[in-house]
Each structure stands twice: as structure tokens, then as C-alpha cells.
Ligand binder design. Structure first.
Ligand SMILES: Nc1ncnc2c1ncn2[C@@H]1O[C@H](COP(=O)(O)OP(=O)(O)O)[C@@H](O)[C@H]1O
Ligand SMILES: [Mg+2]
Length: 310
């Protein structure tokens, strides 16, 4: 799990590599041809597009991989043919993301989704990370740090590498989702798909199907009749809850990973628990103090250097 602390390595994750997905996308594309670094900074989300147009109009988007490959990964990981495991398995994916693609299925009258990881990701990560390590070591030597910042390039690299590898172990994602769900068990404005452990392995993640409208689809949200102001408040409250109460937060909250349905008058659905952050309790206390300071307009209570020095 990502550790977010008050010192150097913490912001490194976000500053250095803001989206694991983006890197993986270009890694995947590169796999077809040559070697070299992944290009950071592309937008690759194909979420919530109809599956037949997954790649239309998005030149740098990752196409879905062949369903036969997805099926063989599921069968190998779960040890049985998909038709034996599920009553229905949809061969057309509902979403193709950079790390995996998502298929729907049903079992005993219940709807599920199965996220299948793209093949060969670990090998690709190994190549790029080996090269990035060399660059990090080089920067460590030549960076004069004349601006006074305490940059530790190798530590930033280590943290990023560890996050990347954790993202491609779906059993870790399952554990994150369960912990997150438990943290919100008494709050009915947040929904987390239930994980089906029996059908979850490092490369296959099976969970409850929870459809929703992506949080940036304003028109569709209006058509659904949800109160957008209230939703906005829920987003802020849910993050305060994550950061200040539990110190465990969803660290990849882009619109592909947050949706809305009309249950309970409008509910936030979180997907994708591959990248999470955790905050130690002393930092949390400091943050809380700072929030109160801002709320009370009392600058003496807002002492960020003290928070970071704790
Ligand atoms: N439990 C679910 N129910 C319904 N749709 C889902 C579910 N999980 C994922 N999806 C859909 O699949 C997309 C990709 O899933 P996600 O977990 O974000 O994959 P990735 O880790 O590859 O980014 C989501 O944006 C959402 O549209
Ligand atoms: Mg995602």
C-alpha cells in the first residue's frame, strides 16, 4: 500500500508519476514494437464508452485485448472454464483500461464484473523500472539541490516502483476495496462493489456489478435527477472522512473511477482500489488542526511545517 508521509517521498508519488494507468497504457502499446520508456502524460481512459466504440476518437487510447486472451487468463487463474464458473459470461468487455479490462457475468441470478489484467505487465514494468532506476541514480548524483529541497530521487523511484507492482496484484486491490468499504459501512452515500474472494487472484478480480454514471457526465447526472450540490458535498465529505478519520484514501480519484447512481437519492460509487494512500495518525492530527485553523480563520493553528516535522 502506498505510504504517504509528511516527508520527501510522499509528494514524490504524485509529482513524479501521477497516473500509473497512463504509463501502463503506453507500456502496453510499446510491447507491440520496440523498447524504450513509456511516455508519461497521455490520457487513456476509455471508461463509460460503449464497448463497441472503445477506441473511437481517442488516438492514444488503449484498445481492449482479445477476449480469448482474457478468457484464458481467467480459466488459468480460476482453474475452470468460464462457462462452468458463471451462468453467463459476456465476451464483449464493458471497459478497457490500461491495466486491465472488465467483463460482465452472472451467477445464480446475480450480476458480477470480472477485471482481467493485461498479459505481460510485470515483464514490461521490469524493463522500464530497471531503466528508470539508472536515471534515478544518475539524478541523485548530479542534482545539486541548490534550491534547498531535500530531493531523494532513489527514494522517490523506490516508492513509485513499489506502488506499480502493488497495482498489478489484484488480491491487494481486493483487500484495499474491502478495507475502504468497511470504513464507509455506516455511510450510505458511498458504495463500494463487494469483492468475490473465491474468484479473485493476482490477475483476476471478481466483484459485484454496480453500474453508475461517471461523475463528470453532467447532463446524464441531471437526467438521473440527482442533486449535484449534494453530490459535491459528498465528494468532499468522503475525502475528509478518508483522510482525517481513517488515514486511508483512494489515490486515483479521476472520473473513470468515481460514478454515481440514484440509490438513496444519489450515491458515490468508487471503483479501482489499486492505488491507495495511507496517512499516519500524527500527520492526521496535524491536518485536522490545520483544517480547524482554516475554518476558524486562525493562522496560528495552521502550522504546516510543524505537521511535516512531526
Ligand atoms: N464493480 C463494477 N461494476 C460496474 N462497472 C465497473 C465495476 N468495476 C469497474 N467497472 C467499470 O470498469 C471500468 C474500469 O475499472 P477499473 O477498476 O477502474 O480498472 P483499471 O484498474 O484498469 O483502471 C470502470 O471505470 C467502470 O466503468
Ligand atoms: Mg480505473
Amino acid at each position: 500500500m502506498t505510504r504517504v508521509t509528511g516527508s520527501g517521498g510522499s509528494s514524490g508519488i504524485f509529482a513524479c508519476w501521477s497516473r500509473v494507468d497512463e504509463r501502463a497504457a503506453s507500456l502496453y502499446e510499446r510491447k507491440k514494437g520496440c523498447c524504450g520508456f513509456s511516455s508519461v502524460g497521455k490520457s487513456v481512459d476509455s471508461y463509460s464508452k460503449p464497448s463497441s466504440s472503445l477506441v473511437e476518437g481517442f488516438p492514444d487510447q488503449v484498445p481492449p485485448f482479445p477476449t480469448e486472451t482474457a478468457v484464458s487468463i481467467i480459466e488459468e487463474e480460476l482453474g475452470a472454464p468460464v462457462d462452468k464458473i458463471f451462468d453467463r459470461f459476456d465476451y464483449e468487455p464493458i471497459a478497457a483500461a490500461s491495466l486491465g479490462q472488465v467483463h460482465r457475468a452472472s451467477l445464480k441470478g446475480q450480476e458480477f464484473v470480472i477485471k482481467v489484467q493485461r498479459p505481460g505487465l510485470k515483464d514490461l514494468f521490469d524493463i522500464d523500472l530497471k531503466n528508470l532506476r539508472v536515471i534515478a541514480e544518475y539524478l541523485q548524483k548530479v542534482d545539486p539541490k541548490s534550491d534547498g529541497a531535500k530531493r531523494d530521487w532513489v527514494a522517490i523511484y523506490d516508492e513509485c516502483a513499489s506502488v506499480l507492482y502493488q497495482e498489478i496484484d489484484y488480491t491487494k486491490e481486493a483487500a484495499n476495496a474491502e478495507l475502504f468499504a468497511n470504513n464507509f459501512k455506516d455511510m450510505d452515500y458511498v458504495k463500494v462493489p463487494k469483492i468475490v474472494r473465491e474468484y479473485t487472484t493476482p490477475q483476476v478480480l471478481t466483484m459485484e456489478y454496480v453500474p453508475g454514471i461517471k461523475i463528470n457526465r453532467i447532463k446524464q447526472l441531471d437526467q438521473l435527477g440527482v442533486d449535484r450540490q449534494r453530490l459535491g458535498r459528498y465528494v468532499v465529505e468522503s475525502y475528509l472522512e478518508q483522510i482525517l478519520s481513517h488515514g486511508f484514501f483512494h489515490a486515483d480519484p479521476h472520473p473513470g473511477n468515481i460514478a454515481v447512481d440514484d440509490v438513496n437519492g444519489g450515491r458515490l460509487i468508487f471503483y479501482d482500489f489499486g492505488m491507495m494512500g495511507s496517512i499516519s495518525s500524527n500527520i492526521r492530527e496535524g491536518l485536522l488542526e490545520a483544517f480547524y485553523g482554516v475554518y476558524e480563520k486562525n493562522p496560528d493553528r495552521v502550522k504546516f511545517p510543524q505537521i511535516l516535522d512531526k
